[in-house]
Write a protein that binds this ligand. Structure first.
Ligand SMILES: Cc1cc2nc3c(=O)[nH]c(=O)nc-3n(C[C@H](O)[C@H](O)[C@H](O)COP(=O)(O)OP(=O)(O)OC[C@H]3O[C@@H](n4cnc5c(N)ncnc54)[C@H](O)[C@@H]3O)c2cc1C
Length: 309
């Protein structure tokens, strides 16, 4: 399983595969399980359907490692349009951005300008989430997040429980009253910086999650969101909430579109905060292959699509 994960994560970076695999109809059919479509309209339609089930949404326009200033500005402009449409439709939809898509590789200051303009367009109404990417970006992402949080309270950051450093990163952020989305981590990282065993990643997740919920209960963590599909872990967190007499709405679980739909609906029905991250756009190859790496059984699902009509 670990070997399969490593191979898939390597494939997610492969330029030849990125250019060729996306053309095969069976690959396109498979990706549609995780994406409502490539367009903003498709994402907005999905958000409206989710809202009927009391499920919130976060949009992410797929793309990463932009190396051209105009391209990065276009990404920012796309998010302006997203926010305008979301406000017009009065949807509770938030957005989540990747800093490398906003020009981080070109210059952190240039990337910050783009991020800042997006936050300003959000106008304090909802949280603008910042994804966490591979480990070489963690320091600069934290630095830009701190800069943003200093000026705008409605900005949130993703932290990854597979990294040893995250416990300290979280502790250092809490005095700034951050919003945090905790995930396990989706990239290929060496054992020198990340827990190699899944059981340790899960246990660290539970420890960090309890710390976030404690901080939230005393107003130190503005939003404590848990980006996971791990039902056993979600039940443990629900147990912790109940034991601490915290309201069910304090448990905010964010999942990806199309994964664990029944659990997304159950959480919303039972009074927890259930949110779905809706990814869309044409640059879906690396993102999709990371989804395969998370659950190699998805490969069988993709192979079944080879023979689908
Ligand atoms: C809202 C959200 C935002 C995220 N943002 C980031 C980010 O900014 N940076 C980052 O590094 N990672 C991010 N991730 C990905 C995350 O790091 C994990 O790789 C991913 O969530 C899988 O881990 P898990 O917590 O679901 O638990 P796992 O233990 O991997 O999975 C638990 C169970 O969930 C189901 N499951 C998990 N993944 C899949 C899948 N792909 N397909 C089908 N079933 C699946 C399976 O039933 C599995 O047994 C995000 C995830 C979510 C949900």
């Amino acid at each position: 399983m670990a070997l399969m994960r490593s191979m898939l994560l390597a494939a997610s970076q492969n330029v030849w595969l990125r250019e060729h695999a996306v053309k095969y109809p069976f690959v396109r059919r498979s990706v549609s399980r995780f994406m409502p479509g490539e367009t903003l309209d498709a994402a907005l339609g999905a958000a409206q359907n989710l809202l009927q089930k009391k499920i919130g949404s976060v949009f992410t326009h797929l793309g990463e490692n932009v190396t051209d200033r105009n391209e990065a500005r276009k990404v920012a402009a796309h998010y302006f349009e997203v926010l305008d449409r979301v406000h017009q439709l009065n949807l509770p939809t938030e957005i989540s951005v990747k800093l490398t898509q906003l020009g981080l590789d070109l210059s952190p200051d240039f990337c910050f300008e783009n991020l800042e303009q997006i936050i300003q367009r959000e106008n304090g109404k909802a949280t603008v989430w910042v994804d966490m990417e591979a480990s070489n970006y963690v320091d600069v992402t934290l630095e830009l997040y701190r800069r943003a949080l200093n000026k705008y309270p409605n900005v949130g950051l993703c932290l990854q429980s597979y990294l040893y450093r995250t416990k300290k990163d979280l502790a250092d952020l809490l005095p700034l009253r951050p919003s945090i989305r905790l995930v396990k981590g989706a990239y290929k990282e060496p054992a020198s910086i990340a827990y190699p065993k899944k059981a340790d990643v899960d246990e660290n997740y539970f420890m960090l999650a309890q710390e976030m919920l404690r901080a939230k209960s005393v107003g130190q963590c503005v939003r404590a969101a848990f980006g996971t599909h791990d039902v056993a872990l979600i039940r443990r967190l629900a147990g912790y909430i109940a034991q601490q007499n915290l309201p069910k709405s304090d448990l905010e679980v964010q999942m990806l579109f199309g994964i664990q739909r029944a659990e997304q609906e159950r959480l919303a029905r039972e009074g927890y905060r259930s949110v779905v991250l809706v990814a869309y756009g044409t640059y879906w190859y690396p993102w999709f292959v990371r989804r395969l790496a998370e659950r190699p059984a998805n490969l069988w699902f993709m192979l079944r699509n080879v023979f689908a009509p």
